[in-house]
Design a protein around this ligand. Structure first.
Ligand SMILES: *[C@@H]1O[C@H](CO)[C@@H](O)[C@H](O)[C@H]1NC(C)=O
Ligand SMILES: *[C@@H]1O[C@H](CO)[C@@H](O)[C@H](O)[C@H]1NC(C)=O
Ligand SMILES: *[C@@H]1O[C@H](CO)[C@@H](O)[C@H](O)[C@H]1NC(C)=O
Ligand SMILES: *[C@@H]1O[C@H](CO)[C@@H](O)[C@H](O)[C@H]1NC(C)=O
Ligand SMILES: *[C@@H]1O[C@H](CO)[C@@H](O)[C@H](O)[C@H]1NC(C)=O
Ligand SMILES: *[C@@H]1O[C@H](CO)[C@@H](O)[C@H](O)[C@H]1NC(C)=O
Length: 356
């Protein structure tokens, strides 16, 4: 036990200089989000600041909720990634599996809670996004060493832990997409899925000090109450280790580029501009963001408010509430879908809505 404690103390000393220099990673986080926003703008619709009462098309295709003044809004809000030497910021989220849409033709459904980071080296996108999938979706990976993404059509819900990233190729002047995936599992309307992100040491009992300070991110997605459907992805290094050979190598999650995280929850649905193509029911998200217990004051930070930052707020619509204590934040999101001009399906219940 004493050995354990003294090892921790040395880790604090080693990592504290890293913790201090969070500011330049901040801009990388926003650069990444600009690209992500451009990609989604035509689909989910980035409508913050515009009228929420759009008449045409009636549905925005999707909805996102995130930290107020976060990257989706063009702002710089993010949370530092706390790390106490054995344990880091912990994000846990639950989400309802909604009823199927009445029409599926050609639509892509990604429903998720994500965290993403700034970029290091040739990396251009750094998103942990375990997701619930339906329709024409990116659902697989060639695995080591190229991590090429692959796509498939699904007529029923499936989910899996997922890391999406891009790398810059100067020769072709393009970014290349990459994916790492955990196992896919089926799930059914009405079930509750959980997603968790843990930053943990690879080997807390090792006598090798280098092992102790090299944490990995562990992505888990599963069905609440069913231990047989758990999709897990362990990410030892940024970009699945591809950055080890770059001119400016990147190999550890403790590097400054990854010291800030942005968190969102989205129904990212491509092409669903009417109610028939949205899921037929809404659902609930419950996010918990916890800082690790720590005697390192630098690991403490203030939580921000959460807001809808993509979608038109009408179809689908959402209600967001947030509460926090010193080291834990809870964000509750209710998502509702318009099923006719004057009705919304909200969870299992159906509520009349006054339109104006
Ligand atoms: C975020 O942006 C605001 C202005 O919008 C600025 O005052 C603040 O310093 C920025 N924070 C960081 C950490 O860059
Ligand atoms: C970069 O692009 C060039 C030209 O398209 C290609 O030949 C090369 O294989 C690519 N490099 C990587 C690492 O993908
Ligand atoms: C790289 O592509 C961008 C557009 O994506 C273009 O503006 C730029 O000129 C290209 N650079 C080179 C060297 O071809
Ligand atoms: C949200 O999740 C937290 C942590 O699991 C739990 O304590 C809380 O009761 C949940 N809230 C709701 C409304 O389900
Ligand atoms: C890490 O921190 C989380 C949240 O603070 C806590 O639930 C978990 O038990 C901790 N894990 C370890 C291994 O200390
Ligand atoms: C957190 O908020 C408190 C109260 O508003 C403020 O005094 C403190 O400086 C803030 N801490 C950080 C790290 O922003």
């Amino acid at each position: 036990m004493l050995l354990w404690v003294s090892r921790l103390v040395s880790v604090f000393l080693t990592t504290s200089s890293v913790c201090l220099s969070t500011s330049w990673a901040f801009h990388d986080c926003i650069e990444a989000s600009v690209q992500m926003r451009q990609r989604r703008e035509n689909h989910v619709g980035f409508l913050a600041g515009r009228s929420p009462l759009l008449t045409s098309p009636p549905c925005a295709g999707g909805i996102c909720v995130g930290m107020k003044n976060g990257p989706h809004q063009g702002g710089n809000a993010s949370y530092p990634v706390a790390w106490n030497g054995i344990n880091g910021t912990f994000v846990h989220s639950t989400m309802t599996v909604p009823e199927y849409p009445r029409k599926l033709d050609g639509i892509t459904y990604y429903l998720w809670t994500d965290i993403f980071f700034g970029d290091g080296g040739l990396g251009r996108m750094n998103q942990f996004v375990p997701q619930l999938l339906l329709g024409d979706v990116l659902d697989g990976s060639s695995g080591y060493p190229d991590y090429k993404p692959s796509w498939k059509h699904h007529d029923t819900w499936v989910f899996g832990a997922h890391y999406f990233f891009e790398t810059w190729n100067a020769t072709s002047n393009r970014t290349n997409a990459h994916a790492a995936y955990g196992k896919l599992y089926p799930t059914f309307p009405g079930e509750t899925l959980y997603t968790s992100f843990q930053l943990l040491t690879q080997n807390p009992h090792s006598s090798n000090k280098d092992d102790i300070i090299t944490p990995q991110w562990i992505l888990t997605m599963g069905v609440v109450g069913d231990q047989t459907r758990v999709s897990r992805l362990v990410v030892d290094q940024p970009y699945m280790g591809m950055g080890a050979h770059w001119q400016n190598p990147t190999t550890s999650w403790l590097e400054p580029s990854y010291q800030n995280m942005c968190i969102n929850a989205c129904w990212e649905i491509y092409g669903a501009f009417n109610a028939a193509h949205l899921p037929s029911s809404g659902g609930h998200y419950n996010l918990t963001i916890a800082q690790p217990s720590s005697n390192n004051n630098e690991a403490k930070y203030n939580f921000t408010y959460w807001v809808r930052d993509e979608g038109n707020g009408v179809c689908p619509w959402c209600k967001v509430t947030e509460s926090h204590k010193d080291a834990v934040q809870t964000v509750l999101i209710d998502v509702g879908v318009r099923i006719s001009d004057n009705q919304l399906s909200f969870g299992k219940a159906t509520t009349a809505v006054v339109t104006g």
